[in-house]
Design a protein around this ligand. Sequence first.
Ligand code: SAH
Ligand code: SF4
Length: 378
Amino acid sequence: MSSPETWRNWSESALNKLGTMYIYDLDFSEIEQLTKSWNEPGFRAKQIWSGLYKNFWQSASDFTNLPGTLRVKLAESVQFDSLVPAIKQVSSDGRTIKTLFALKDGLKIEAVLMRYDRRRTLCISTQVGCAMGCTFCATGQMGFSRNLSSGEIIAQVMYYAKMLHEENDRVTNIVIMGMGEPFHNYENTISAINRLNDAEGFHFGARRFTISTSGLIPAIRKFADEKNQVNLAVSLHASDDESRSKMMPVNNKYHLEDLIQACRYYVEVTGRRITFEWALINGVNDTPEQAVRLAKLLNGLLCHVNAIPLNPTTGFTGQATTRERAEIFKQTLEQNGIPCTIRIRRGIDIQAGCGQLASQEKIGAGERQANHLDQEAG
Ligand code: SAH
Ligand code: SF4
């Protein structure tokens, strides 16, 4: 596997070749530089920044707070539409909206909004496809195309933020659990979070983000050292190396014991609870024996297990566990001292699992479990 840096460079240069500078790719300081280069007064950058992130303006002509000449310059120099909605699906209860977005190079990604109680949770993508190749995962089955830029990650959020704003509502949680492995696109993912977190802009609290990783150990350690307040979820799905390597090839490189060591390090350094994800596959990893072994592995760690019945995909023979088996799994874990939540399926009638719409579009295979979306974060 190449380093995250290599992927990033590849992605950024691919975008540059397309001759694009997306507005959401720019930090505040870069917007300042741009307006300075146009001999504009210092406050213009702030006007643009708040137009983008407070007023949810999404085209140069929206910026009615700027002189017409500057609006024209903006339109000529920066692109606003790094992604455009191609297909939108709404669940029968109207609460879940899934959008397939077309990127400038024609590739497609998905992002989902789930409205439950007072939560407005977004699930966003960080890559087109994924290089990790987890056997049960639709995105893994489609392979890797490219990293998203930080701006393409942000654009997914701003699309839904604007939609909710128009209904006098707002995003409350963002889970980075859509297509791709966020720690394989580390820099762009973190800069997207930082830009969305900016107090003068969108001001989305760090604690309301959750990043989910398949277990890239160096990135987990780096993330721990950054000591920010973003939540971390780690996809485990198996409690021994042999089974985990079969399902998740990343385990051949980063073994389970070392992964758990890195998770212990994360909890030690940040004092934050870690979430472990576990897709319950009938007869495979949903037995009480598995639960006992998992509890031993996690012994003494400040954590929580988020177990979800597998969402079956075309490229994988495993089936979802039953409600009864899931309940026994949960009880066994809890009797052994590990808190566990079983997530119910949601948005299934619109196939809200990421990767699924993309698969219907024939850009890849399969589907992704939507249940992870409604994390406990925040
Ligand atoms: N790449 C990251 C984040 C995206 S996947 C990761 O793997 O953690 C988000 C979650 O969905 C992960 O826990 C992943 O293992 C899980 N997942 C993928 N395919 C699934 C399926 N078919 N059924 C249930 N969960 C699935
Ligand atoms: Fe990639 Fe996550 Fe799917 Fe594995 S589960 S293939 S890491 S998106």
